[in-house]
Design a protein. Sequence first.
Length: 128
Amino acid sequence: MSASHPGGDGEGGHWTFLTNHARVLLHIARDPEVRLRDVSAAAGITERSAQAIVADLESAGYLTRTRVGRRNRYTVDPTVRLRHPAEAGHPVGDLLGAFLHREGAAAPEDPQDGGGASDGTDAAGPQR
């Protein structure tokens, strides 16, 4: 029996913890004015797949798209609950905050608490 390593093609095959929907949402949360061409390249998916995922996320209320000139600007709603019943008690802001905080970027603003990360931190650290 060979040992597999994280992200490798061991006995479990090739799989990752995050879905393409999560990856796309994370990229948009990092840069609300990102081009879908850049999102698709970073996520390793086609631009058409990125467009379909953005449409899914929009229809589910996770983000809104606003046209600004020839570009789109995206706004993430961190209060929308995760979809799977096992995680339905958690808002998507918890997931985004976990990744964006570690990268040094501010988490999406929570409209209910007046801004900052949904986990009580911002780019400067914990709130007091």
